[in-house]
Design a protein around this ligand. Sequence first.
Ligand SMILES: Cc1cc2nc3c(=O)[nH]c(=O)nc-3n(C[C@H](O)[C@H](O)[C@H](O)COP(=O)(O)OP(=O)(O)OC[C@H]3O[C@@H](n4cnc5c(N)ncnc54)[C@H](O)[C@@H]3O)c2cc1C
Length: 438
Amino acid sequence: MQKEKGLIWFTNNLRAIDNKVLYEASKRSDSLIGYYNFDPLLFKRNIWGFKKTEKYRTKFLIESIDNLKKNLSQLNITLVIDFSEGFNKLFEVIGREKISSIYFQKEWTSEEKKTQDKIFNKISKKIKKLSFYDQFLFQPSDINIEIADFPEIFSIFRKKVEKKIEINNCFPVPKKYPKSNLLNIENETPNLEKLGFKSFKIDANSAFPFIGGTDNCLERINSYFWKSKKIDYYKQTRNGMIKTDYSSKLSSWLSNGSISARYIYWQIKDYEKKETKNQSTYWLFFELMWRDFFKYISIKHGNKIFNKNGLSKTQVNWINDQKELKNWINGTTDEPFINANMIELKKTGWMSNRGRQNVASFFSKNLKLDWRIGASYFESILIDYDVHSNYGNWLYNSGIGNDPMPFRKLNVKFQSEKYDPKKKFENLWLNSQYELEL
Ligand SMILES: Cc1cc2nc3c(=O)[nH]c(=O)nc-3n(C[C@H](O)[C@H](O)[C@H](O)COP(=O)(O)OP(=O)(O)OC[C@H]3O[C@@H](n4cnc5c(N)ncnc54)[C@H](O)[C@@H]3O)c2cc1C
């Protein structure tokens, strides 16, 4: 019988644990190879002039790939690493190793689909292409909701799934291949310089000083859940803005798939069984449902999530004012709270959820600037950028998405009083002399 020779094209599923694509591929393949491309398109400038991926996320991505490479090598699987626009090494490996099937995570947003289609059009139809959804907590095949009928309001979605739909168990780590499965090739991960950036130091005050890769995410879970038990207070602290522990900080690993939402869910369940079950442990699950919600919204509405009017039927006249835009980006508006958040973002690639809501609402509702430019800046600079969460939240905060009260506007002064009453956060980013008390 002919041997099944599999190849996994990794994209935003950069993990060896609880990975459906890897699990399905290894079940079916006598030999298996991994492939990842630092596609140069990811580092080009977009129509608004921002690099699609700035240095912070690039660094995190490099670390994630390094860790994936290590974890796959423990299963005797080689990760072929490429950084060519033409996906050259993919075609080379497919030809040389006589690959019979390609496995990958199913995507639906236009740029990801375009890349997949471009590549698959050049690959023989005889090679099987098998894709699987694996970025959800509640799988599309399980939710019992037709996508066309998917609710526009988060709480309706939540009530339909949270107590009624079971979350799947994690997929086991696949069997170890014999050593002969390893390829004898050079597969060095490119460094920041190779991808067009200077190396840099993480800001000492960063709320996200973490390193990419599944192993570091597991360490973070261990620390936030099991060691410090900070998860017990998540609901009370989640609107914080300073240092690492006001929230879980799991988003960046989730975004590039170094961890799955399912894995985190089962960690919460385990923690609730062995340690504490309270409103805070539930709330982390609640927030993960928001993540799913925006993924389903983007499946339902397709490219509308990138449109000027978003999901709204009314025409909005956004302004494109370069001076106001620069003030917002550089943290030189009239609002210190906005400025502190924007400076934090620029210096670290991170901003709290409270900050993100405020700066987005200020951008589109106060300054009336074109929300797509703000969202595109976030896309460029956030370490945890995720297409569905970013565009879904921007639409929501700009009043043209899924907010049931789209006309509400955050009062920045009130928000600053409420969430930064002693001005610790503002001082931290607006006054470089200020040092945090630890
Ligand atoms: C304008 C704007 C843009 C955003 N862009 C992104 C983005 O590109 N990538 C991203 O992951 N999140 C985005 N968010 C959502 C949210 O701000 C981050 O997920 C959160 O701050 C990450 O920190 P954490 O992991 O400590 O979250 P926690 O508070 O610990 O929450 C746990 C997890 O729940 C999910 N989650 C929490 N809040 C939201 C939310 N509002 N929407 C969707 N998922 C959520 C995340 O996966 C997060 O890791 C955005 C929010 C706003 C208002």
